[in-house]
Design a protein around this ligand. Structure first.
Ligand code: MLT
Length: 260
């Protein structure tokens, strides 16, 4: 996996395929391996840039909360290093928060926006308290506690399905510090409705029909905020449609990318 030095911190990322560049941020608490099915199906036509968030996957250890703006700034440094002016930017759940943070940092770098099972709003007080409790539990007990708490809600087919086991393996690559830092970073994210309302480029919003974490109403709200955004609901999927229903997801993604 290539590495880029960003202000003294190593950013690990995958750079796969050939064609128009597509930067995708993974969900919490996974890593860039979450996009294997997209790389396999589409890398002959698109170039996928897939960073690992600090403390997750091979991401460098975090120092303080992993704020969404930091993830976005790391990715912008990567685009600079690769000489890419603008790319399609997207992500799943936390990766969607990071995409909106990148849009806030520099909309001129966003050729198209792909928001998957995510939401535009910030956390309320109860949500922030839940994240802090989860961060402390992760520090005490490690990734297994997060797997137990989250996995049943991530995939419609359940934790014992093939995709459930794949997702659990991705989660187990996280460090306790990385899990806590990402939870604390997500708790700090601002509301991004203003950013979406100002964005004037092409946008695709995707959601798993059975997502109980960021349900269809949240996706609809984002699609309504962005002028001309297209909403796609993936049947048979919960929070991770790119992994749960890769064929349906890839078809929707490719239709969007091919029209840009
Ligand atoms: C994710 O899948 O990235 C998380 O569920 C996002 C969140 O906790 O808000």
């Amino acid at each position: 996996m290539p590495t880029l030095d960003v202000h003294g911190t190593a950013l690990h990322y995958r750079d796969e395929g050939h064609g128009p560049p597509v930067l995708l941020f993974h969900a919490f608490p996974l890593h860039s391996g979450a996009f294997d099915a997209q790389v396999k199906a589409l890398a002959s036509r698109y170039r996928f840039l897939l960073p690992d968030v600090r403390g997750l996957g091979q991401g460098a250890p975090p120092s303080g909360p992993t704020e969404m703006a930091h993830i976005a700034q790391d990715a912008l440094a990567l685009l600079d290093a690769l000489g890419l002016d603008s790319v399609v930017v997207g992500g799943v759940s936390m990766g969607g928060y990071a995409s909106m943070a990148l849009l806030r940092e520099d909309p001129s770098r966003v050729r198209g926006l792909v928001l998957v099972d995510t939401q535009a709003g910030a956390d309320d007080e109860a949500g922030r308290a839940r994240r802090e409790a989860s961060a402390e539990q992760a520090l005490r007990e490690g990734p297994e506690a997060v797997v137990r708490a989250m996995l049943p809600r991530l995939v419609a087919a359940g934790p014992d399905s093939e995709v459930g086991r794949e997702v659990a393996a991705l989660m187990r690559a996280a460090t306790p510090e990385g899990l806590a830092a990402a939870q604390r970073g997500m708790a700090l994210r601002p509301d991004s409705k203003d950013i979406l309302a100002r964005y004037a480029g092409p946008a695709l919003v995707v959601v798993g029909e059975q997502d109980g974490i960021t349900p269809v109403e949240k996706a609809r709200q984002m699609a309504e905020l962005v002028t001309g955004a297209h909403l796609e609901i993936i049947p048979g999927a919960a929070h991770l449609p790119n992994q749960e229903q890769p064929e349906a997801f890839n078809a929707v993604l490719e239709r969007f990318l091919s029209r840009l």
